[in-house]
Design a protein. Sequence first.
Length: 190
Amino acid sequence: MKKRIAIFISGRGSNMDAILRQAREGILREVCNVVLVFSNKPDAKGLETAKKAGVKTACIPSKGKKREDFDREVIEFLETYDVDYIVLAGYMRLLSPYFIQAYKQRIINIHPADTRAFQGVGGYEWAWEQGLKKTMVTVHYVDEGMDTGDIIEQRELDITDCSNLKDLEKKGLALEHVMFSDVLKKVFEK
């Protein structure tokens, strides 16, 4: 049975776009249907990308709303979609414990660092500033903390050939775009 997923974004949605391609014609085709791309930001560029791909989109602006009030509104909205999993692909809003409990062990995020070493925004920048020779990309379940949920899979990213932060980010995103769909496939096949 194909899993029904909603992808949450806040910006351009490059990971979302990679997942949509895999769901349409690649390794996710047999395991999931993307039933919704959701954003908390009306100007998120990824909403237009999803529309062009023929995927239903929705936005509930979060600006000025308390976290749990906003999350209650989103959960109520999601009820009509009968979502099995929520995939965070650049969703830049911390989810409330209320939301986490509603989808416990069914919210999956990708993080551009080893979540045991660095949590929050700016994982590639952190690796660059630390002068690391390699870093990690982590796919994990979301819990009540920031990037503290159970690790599903990690992959190493050799960054010795990166001459600047932009190169590192480009190389990291290339890995993310492949890895996220690979890991989602494994989770959805269980």
